[in-house]
Design a protein around this ligand. Structure first.
Ligand SMILES: Nc1nc2c(c(=O)[nH]1)N[C@H]1C(S)=C(S)[C@@H](COP(=O)(O)O)O[C@H]1N2
Ligand SMILES: [Mo]
Length: 308
């Protein structure tokens, strides 16, 4: 797009139906033939860019990789083993307790979650272990739920808790004796309210598989993956900060913020580069995992080295 005016003109022409049909055309014809046909095609990139599902035109990682290369320590620290063991986990009649400093404490079923506006978002996802992927998530923006339950004025933090059930999660308290279960993660309320933050219930439009945190998990794409807690049964609004599971285990390795940052090394390895699942060449790690424009305001007065 050459200039702002031109972009505005294009935007005026583009209705959601237009966008949908063009996309369908594109998908039907394949990329090759579309180059020959004229119309919008020089602007094809911009066309996709205007779609809020995938503003950075990211290429999603395969479903195979997303659903097999996982971390779910309650089952095993070994990724293949965890996928195998997690298959016995069949989340039914799921219930999420929403409590703490809120006007409307309540219990939510998955049917209740479905009543909130549903969104699809293709995000980068970066594990602290220096691998990354691109995931087409579906679910709700966490802020929709927060608006609904109305936090009290003194609520400043939100904590999330994974189900605790040693009959299902065989490794809760065995391999990692030092890991304090249930798994807990914590966000500042303003981080939780950022439009990027999701409660995800789908990947590639399919319900989450147990290994990816069925039936509902947090997604915070600018933070290391351990913040994106799986299989949530409790969301609590708090006046003061508490430590999550990883921060409790070792605050020097797993800070409260855990914002993706190429310049802040993990004590045992550099974070400057990452390997995307399905790729061979390493890529540069991006500050805030490439979401500085969307989340930079949250940290403008914060020393990112001290508060890692
Ligand atoms: N309850 C729970 N949530 C969790 C984890 C876990 O072990 N238990 N692992 C975290 C880590 S380290 C990462 S990288 C992501 C991985 O998500 P994925 O397995 O769907 O890729 O989940 C996070 N959420
Ligand atoms: Mo991770």
């Amino acid at each position: 797009m050459k200039n702002y005016k031109e972009k505005n003109q294009l935007q005026e022409k583009i209705t959601p139906e237009f966008l949908f049909n063009k996309r369908r055309e594109f998908l039907k014809l394949g990329a090759g033939s579309i180059v020959a046909s004229s119309l919008v095609l020089s602007s094809l990139k911009e066309l996709f860019a205007l779609d809020s599902t995938n503003p950075y035109n990211l290429k999603p990682t395969s479903y195979e990789d997303i659903t097999n290369y996982i971390n779910f320590y309650e089952f095993s620290v070994n990724k293949q083993k965890a996928v195998k063991l997690v298959q016995n986990f069949k989340p039914t009649n799921w219930n999420i307790e929403v409590s703490g400093e809120v006007e409307k404490p309540l219990n939510l079923s998955m049917q209740d979650i479905e009543k909130f506006p549903q969104v699809d978002r293709i995000y980068r996802f970066r594990c602290v272990e220096a691998w990354g992927m691109v995931v087409p998530w579906g679910g709700i923006e966490l802020r929709e739920l927060i608006d609904f339950i109305k936090p009290k004025k003194n609520a400043k933090y939100v904590s999330f808790t994974t189900l605790l059930d040693k009959n299902i999660f065989k490794d809760q308290g065995t391999f990692f004796k030092t890991l304090p279960y249930p798994y807990v993660e914590v966000l500042r309320l303003d981080e939780a309210l950022n439009p990027l933050t999701l409660l995800a219930t789908r990947i590639y439009s399919k319900p989450l598989l147990p290994q990816n945190g069925a039936p509902i998990r947090l997604v915070v794409p600018w933070k290391y993956g351990f913040k994106s807690i799986k299989s949530i049964v409790k969301i609590e609004f708090l006046e003061s900060r508490i430590k999550g599971t990883w921060e409790k285990l070792d605050p020097r390795e797993y800070g409260f913020y855990a914002n993706v940052n190429p310049n802040v090394s993990h004590p045992r390895w550099s974070q400057a580069k990452e390997t995307k699942l399905g790729e061979v060449e390493k890529r540069d790690t991006l500050l805030f995992n490439g979401y500085e424009k969307e989340v930079g305001y949250l940290y403008k007065d914060l020393d990112l080295v001290k508060n890692f």
